[in-house]
Design a protein. Structure first.
Length: 65
């Protein structure tokens, strides 16, 4: 004899499974660890300081025009 299946529960289970798969894809695509975020922030800070140090004239000095 065939097993009786509650369609409402089957649909909900299918939807949960699809949502979990989508969440796993998004975590892999967009997720970064705290260490990665800190490293990127430090790199950006270091680059900004490097650019500021390479300026020919500072913002404090009036330009000679």
């Amino acid at each position: 004899m065939a097993e009786i299946v509650n369609l409402r529960l089957a649909r909900k289970a299918r939807d949960r499974k699809q949502a979990e798969q989508k969440a796993a894809e998004n975590r892999a695509k967009f997720g970064r660890t705290k260490a990665a975020k800190n490293r990127e922030r430090m790199d950006a800070t270091r680059e900004a300081a490097k650019l500021d140090g390479a300026r020919r004239e500072s913002d404090d000095e009036p330009s000679k025009s």
